[in-house]
Design a protein around this ligand. Structure first.
Ligand SMILES: *Cc1c(COP(=O)(O)O)cnc(C)c1O
Length: 232
């Protein structure tokens, strides 16, 4: 695609691709949430996206996310935190995030918990368990075998609302089998918590495969935003 293509055009191309993939999977495109991952791009791009009707934005680093959320506070946006999260940043992320997609260990669940004196008006944080799909521990994501235990922790933690699972397809392998494994974990989690039925999967290069395996939340960066150096 032409690097100069206006943002609106790239957004429209991706949304058409999402709609096509949904139809191919026999699913209603309206049940999918397209998150635009704006990492490496300035808050001005977030504003342009908001003007095009985008409401769900994704970021993977706390400092950058916090700054952009503050700069666009006047817009009615939902920030999705999708990157690896250090426990000592968890409380700060809660202040601006609508959802965290990368919950992969018990210490992080504890760090994200609401303080007992937080008051009643704090929205529960939409919580996705990140599941490792690569079989190589240490790259982010819980071992699939630990998913139920982690889910129980989230369910027992004040201020967190378990909504589903998240995964990143491993580099250099077919994405669809990885997304199929994520779907199996999702099925197990749903037998424990029927409402936790969301699946956050699919990026610029593999969202069609993710949709075929049941993804409900797509995290799309470069196909919409362009590469940062393309924007000068
Ligand atoms: C950057 C990022 C994305 C978006 O990736 P693209 O390939 O640019 O679409 C999605 N998920 C996570 C966790 C990311 O860090």
């Amino acid at each position: 695609m032409n690097a100069d293509a206006p943002l609106a055009e790239r957004l429209a191309v991706v949304d058409a691709g999402i709609a096509d993939a949904a139809r191919a999977a026999g699913r209603d495109p309206a049940e999918l949430t397209r998150i635009v991952v704006t990492k490496f791009h300035p808050a001005s791009l977030v504003r342009e996206l908001a003007a095009l009707g985008v409401r769900d934005m994704g970021e993977n680093r706390h400092q950058e996310a916090q700054a952009k959320a503050a700069e666009t506070e006047d817009l009615d946006l939902r920030w999705h935190f999708v990157g690896q999260l250090q426990s000592n940043k968890a409380r700060a992320v809660r202040r601006y995030a609508h959802a965290v997609h990368s919950i992969d260990r018990e210490s992080l669940v504890r760090a994200l918990a609401l303080e007992p004196d937080a008051g009643d008006d704090v929205e529960p944080l939409a919580s996705f368990l990140q599941i490792d799909l690569s079989g190589q521990p240490g790259r982010g994501g819980a071992d699939p075998a630990d998913a139920e235990r982690l889910a129980e922790h989230v369910l027992a933690t004040p201020g967190l609302r378990l909504v589903g699972v998240m995964g990143v397809a491993p580099l250099g392998a077919e994405p669809r089998p990885a997304f199929a494994r994520l779907r199996e974990v999702s099925d197990r989690i749903r037998s424990l918590a029927p409402d936790a039925d969301r699946i956050s999967a699919g990026m610029s290069g593999d969202y069609a495969e993710a949709i075929l395996e049941g993804a409900t939340h797509l995290r799309i960066g470069t196909a919409i935003t362009g590469k940062r150096d393309e924007r000068g």
